[in-house]
Design a binder for this molecule. Sequence first.
Ligand code: GAL
Length: 659
Amino acid sequence: MYVGVDYYPEHWPKDRWPIDADLMHKAGFNVVRMAEFAWVTMEPEEGRFDFAWLDEALNILAKRGIRAILGTPTGALPPWTLRKYPEIMAQKPDGQRLTWGMRKHNCFTSGVFRLLSERITRALAEHYKDHPAVLGWQTDNEIGGHPMCYCHSCRANFQDWCRNKYKTLAELNRAWGTHFWSQTFGDWSEIVPPDKFDEHNPHTCLDWKRFFSWLNVRFQKEQVDILRAVCPNHFITQNFMGLFSEINYYDLAEDLDFASWDNYPVGGKLDMANNYNAALAADITRGLKRKNFWIMEQTCGSHGWGTMSRNPRPGELRKISYQQLAHGADGQIWFRWRACTVGREQYWHGLLGHDAKPGRRYEEAARTAREYHLLDEHLANTTVRADVAILYDYETCWALQIQPAYEENKYHQVIARYYQALRRAGVSVDMIKPGQDLSPYKIVLAPDLYILPDTLARQLDAFVKTGGVLLADCRTAVKDETGLCHVRTLPGLLSDALGIRIEEYEALRGGVEYQVDGTAGLPGTFTAIHFADWIKPTTAQVLAGYKDWHMAPYAALTRNKHGQGGGFYLGTIVKEPSFYDALVRHLLDAAGITPEFTAPEGVEIAIREGAGKRILFLVNHTEQCQTVAVPSGKRDLLTNKTTGPSVDLPPYDVAVIRL
Ligand code: GAL
């Protein structure tokens, strides 16, 4: 297993490099990621390359058995690029170019930028293709987060992209509903990139977001093509940003060998929702290529650019790592080795502080690395296997940003309500791309599936008919691929599977809430917030209804039998998390799933399996001791003891048990 750290030798005097490498070796590290922002150090002036410093650093590391992932350095532009080619900077809608001095501020349709990016990538690849210390490549860094560019070139490229997609103007005019507000185009050159997503034509906005994502993917592909041709024996990955959603990550992952991601949970709240977000991000990343992933940047200290986050508490740095291992991480790299004395990231603390003294954080990482090496043989060829999948769709996410229908309609929050309840029940979840084969799953949740193409609706219907359990909820099936409203009573083509008819609906604003009354099947009183469908069951059974006089004829939660399977529909958002726990129990029951293990609140359960092995992870996210029932007579891989009927987990501790 590869475990290590992000290392920037160019930030430190050379006489420090062997000391750093010794300390890394002592910690059990066998990999570093390097060079992803070192463009000016590698190409100090156009076309003149200097890799001597990197050769020297790599050789020092290699002598200690440490290998490297190299980043293509295109995330930050050297000053000479701007002096010679000012047009490479992205342009704001008002015509102003961005000010140089940050990172990620280039235009992606600039031919010059693309050539410069290809040239440094090729030079690096040629130089390191046979270097024994180089393991693989990271393209750029955290692709996405660039400002959208509104220059003439981007506008013309968008027009071409539209022409390629729609072929005829008549088709584009239909798909964008341009007879509204007098927008019918008579020529491709009339198309203007939108910049106000809450005011401009929503169909244009959706395609502009698709175009922007496509530009980023094309940029990466240009680098990947070079790396594949020159370095056929190296792997290629990219460090994704978990829940970040501006880029269609399925597309971005397509050209890579595996996905990686950057995990910074201590920047969030000290609560379980935040811990579950890190789990959700891990499951999303695993879903991108349906295989295990790496952590390319793992939290190891207090961090921030101007103000700081809290510091990981004793044991927490190790716990954060184990959570990712449990969700399918096969390699892990801490960000960063040492807090930098210069530049914008001086407060982004590494395993070492500014003073370079190995202390608590270094020791905890070293302990984790040593343990990872012991676990290596047990984890080889294992991954998470799930009976439950959640459809995760970037295009729906963008469409909801453009027209959320109710203010609080944040795609990830909607997903998180179900995801957290599933995880509380000890159930593993796959996050899957719409259209993916559903046959491995017993339950599919399709939260907030606002954009519902007919093909996907038919696939979901067939999934239920043949025995699957589907959950859908409010705003499902409202629109087609280009964002035109379906001319069907909701939930459209899912009406048979769900056995309901949605007669009307509304956003609940100004403090309006409804009382949800559960039936005997789901007892309790709950609170409907944010949105309510006015649902009439056709064939479905009502699991919860409304108390308020005008809502009394309508259902809040329904369950339908359709063919061999079942369709559940929740027509509102419920304030109480316990409601989602009850709903998940219903889904599991309908699918005949009994979770194998249960744990107290705050302890995560995960299983990796494969090659005849099953490994149970227990991760205590709390600062209290927790006791978890486990099967007796199994091997606890971290203590090397045989398990009794339960294990005790001190604060932030973990257990890894071979079942
Ligand atoms: C990450 C990024 C790193 C570093 C870190 C701290 O998002 O990938 O390069 O900048 O943030 O700002």
